[in-house]
Design a protein around this ligand. Structure first.
Ligand SMILES: Nc1ncnc2c1ncn2[C@@H]1O[C@H](COP(=O)(O)OP(=O)(O)OP(=O)(O)O)[C@@H](O)[C@H]1O
Ligand SMILES: [Mg+2]
Length: 283
């Protein structure tokens, strides 16, 4: 079965594709006509009988910035593992748009189709400059060898400049990544993902360990990234979540406990009981 027919097996649309051409960029197949970018339905992941995700349903709209909160062990990182293909669920479905079946794709295919993930620990290449880190990420395998033998096109150079501007590291372009501050490394990491122009950016605990200023700058950055793409942020820092969130999803024991604005979530009795603590009274 070809990669593309595999991807569309069990797809959600009414139309039928008459022909598949392997040279067509798979991103062109993404159908966002219903306004929803990511569909997770009935996802269950078990580890030795323990359900890290338990019939999880989660929908992310095109262009939205969604925050996911929940206590330690609620399943937030596991959800990202499923979306990025690191982990296969026991059951359920995961689609990007109407047509692209993520559960039939490998991790690298999912990344190519437009889902970027930022891990907590930055994976920037410490011995290379900011610019070189971005340049290397133009090549799918981030290989230095590929970069040495490929000259940047004008378009690629423009893209790097654009990303440097977005992540606020224009003046730091020649600096060795290892010498950047913790916050700057995190932004560079986001830049590395942006080079590929993803449809969906998954960010796990972006402000952990950041200074107040870096946290504020990160809030601005993530807010500015939504709209053109969807951004899903997992974070424990509630002040940060409040500063960027539109809709917040609360995960609890592997499924959605509540969803709404930060105010709605904080007033939700279920949330108060299991997450914020039922006896806690806010002042
Ligand atoms: N590879 C694994 N093997 C066994 N159990 C696992 C594995 N990965 C995760 N778990 C368990 O699944 C549950 C959900 O973990 P997950 O990492 O998704 O939580 P989380 O919401 O990201 O928590 P945190 O806020 O602490 O990062 C936890 O109880 C965790 O111990
Ligand atoms: Mg986690």
């Amino acid at each position: 079965m070809s990669r593309f027919s595999k991807m569309f097996e069990g797809w959600r649309g009414e139309r039928q594709w008459s022909a598949f051409s392997p040279e067509i960029n798979s991103r062109e197949f993404i159908d966002l006509s219903h306004g929803t970018l990511l569909y997770l339905e009935n996802i269950t992941v078990s580890f030795d009988g323990f359900k890290a995700l338990d019939k999880l349903d989660l929908y992310i709209d095109k262009g939205e910035l969604r925050c996911i909160i929940g206590a330690n062990g609620a399943g937030k990182t596991t959800m990202m593992d499923v979306v990025t293909g690191k982990l296969r669920p026991d059951s359920g479905t995961a689609f990007l748009g109407q047509t692209v079946n993520l559960l039939n794709m490998s991790e690298s295919e999912i990344s190519e189709v437009g889902i970027g993930r930022k891990f907590q620990k930055p994976t920037v290449l410490e011995n290379f400059s900011v610019f070189d880190n971005l340049e290397l990420s133009l090549h799918a395998d981030r290989s230095v060898k590929a970069a040495l033998f490929a000259r940047l096109t004008g378009e690629q150079r423009d893209r790097i400049e654009e990303v440097l501007e977005i992540i606020g590291l224009k003046t730091e372009r020649e600096r060795i990544a290892g010498n950047l501050s913790h916050g700057q490394k995190q932004w560079l990491e986001i830049g590395i993902l942006l080079i590929q122009d993803p449809y969906l950016l998954l960010v796990d605990e972006p402000v952990a360990g950041m200074t107040v200023q870096e946290t504020e700058r990160t809030a601005e950055l993530l807010t500015s990234l939504a709209g053109e793409r969807s951004v899903v942020v997992v974070e424990h820092d509630m002040e940060f979540v409040r500063s960027i969130a539109n809709i917040v999803t609360v995960l609890h024991q592997g499924s959605v406990l509540a969803e709404g604005t930060m105010n709605e979530i904080q007033e939700d009795p279920k949330v108060k009981e299991v997450y914020l603590g039922s006896t806690e009274s806010s002042s």
